[in-house]
Design a protein around this ligand. Structure first.
Ligand code: ACO
Length: 344
């Protein structure tokens, strides 16, 4: 079985920051309520000219630079997004063109907040089977475009941003086990209608407010804690590990209290969890790659560390992956052997 190393990581947040104080002027809310109930202090919002593809291109350029690779080296581009630039072409095609990745195929993965994790699971399988050697996986969102800015129950929670990871075939590293779940019967817990939905007798589609994010917050809260914890347990078992073997928890960033709930349910100390929700809010598909990119730059991810990635998204998809984090792609035993040889 071929392993997967993380060759490079990148992220991009739009320049404009919207604070809780600013939201107080839009809806009946308060900085205190948002901090207490969600842990969010601020979020970034895309400029009018920015889109999911432009955000992803910025994140991908950083990841390619980190990997010391050129766009032409990439063979496949997967973009997890729930806010694509259009119905088609795929946002991945626009990223491919923007980067000048002339040798890459690409497609989008739509699974709401699970978009990146679903795309990552596919990418690791392409590499494991030998189909591709270098794959770029992005998570990118402009959720501000589908937010109802009059609904205080949702508009305070989300933000815009993108993260990217360049994966490369290697001897060591990659997915040790993953699980993907879906339950469309829970659609009403979190959904946004689109332009292709059913028409009424007069030929009208869904009204505009239903084409924005609609959420049953308390229901999603419970589902998020239960489902992400259960998925991590399941993926850990598949990997032949125990929860005690997890070095870093990389949870989807929806709400600080959800992250604390997952950490408590798994009996993993909060010190092991990556947290960015306070500064970026919920950026859907982008939360996990942004957290990974930042943590790598902060030196928080050790070579060979076992990361538990987990997420949950719109009505309803959820899952987890145990990822053996390797930048070198060389197995620890081989590394220490080589080190001993070098010292002798
Ligand atoms: N400011 C002030 N008051 C508010 C706000 C707000 N922004 N939003 C809701 N309230 C009010 C409600 O109207 C309610 O008032 P009432 O008691 O008079 O009816 C009160 O606060 C309590 O509302 P709840 O919804 O019960 O509050 P809760 O503690 O559940 O927090 C929240 C709401 C933050 C949405 C929480 O349920 C949550 O985070 N859910 C997870 C949903 C989520 O993040 N989904 C994103 C995608 S899925 C995922 O990523 C996990």
């Amino acid at each position: 079985m071929i392993g997967t190393r993380i060759a490079g990581l990148g992220h991009y947040l739009p320049e404009r920051i919207v604070t809780n104080a600013e939201l107080e002027k839009l809806v009946a809310t308060s900085d205190q309520w948002i901090r207490d109930r969600t842990g969010i202090l601020e979020r970034h919002v895309a400029a009018p000219h920015e889109t999911s593809s432009s955000l992803a291109i910025n994140a991908a350029r950083m990841a390619l630079e980190d990997a010391r690779l050129n766009p032409e080296d990439i063979e496949l581009i997967l973009v997890g997004t729930t806010t694509p630039d259009g119905m088609f072409p795929a946002t991945a095609s626009l990223v491919q063109d923007g980067l000048g990745a002339v040798n890459a195929g690409g497609y989008d993965v739509s699974a709401a907040c699970m978009g990146f994790l679903s795309a990552l699971s596919a990418a690791t399988q392409y590499i494991a089977t030998g189909a591709y050697k270098r794959v770029l996986v992005c998570g990118s969102e402009v959720l501000s475009r589908i937010l109802n800015w009059e609904d205080r129950g949702t508009c305070v929670l989300f933000g815009d941003g993108a993260g990217a990871v360049v994966l490369e075939a290697a001897e060591f590293g990659g997915s040790l086990g993953f699980v993907l779940h879906s339950d469309g019967s829970k659609k009403l817990a979190l959904y946004a209608e689109g332009p292709c939905g059913p028409r009424d007798a007069d030929g009208n589609g869904a009204p505009p407010h239903l084409c924005m994010i609609n959420m049953d917050g308390p229901a999603m809260f419970k589902l998020a804690v239960q489902s992400m914890s259960a998925a991590v347990r399941e993926a850990t078992l598949k990997a032949g590990l125990t929860i005690a073997d997890i070095d870093v928890l990389v949870p989807h960033q929806a709400n600080m209290r959800i992250i604390q709930g997952v950490s408590k349910s798994l009996d993993l100390p909060m010190e092991k969890a990556l947290v960015t929700v306070h500064k970026y809010g919920n950026t859907s598909s982008a939360t996990i790659p942004i957290a990974l990119s930042e943590a790598s730059r902060e030196g928080r991810l050790d070579e060979g560390a076992r990361l538990a990635l987990c997420s949950i998204g719109g009505g309803l998809s959820w899952g987890a992956m145990i990822l053996e984090y390797s930048r070198t792609g060389v197995a620890p035993a081989a590394r220490s052997g080589a080190l001993a040889e070098a010292r002798a």
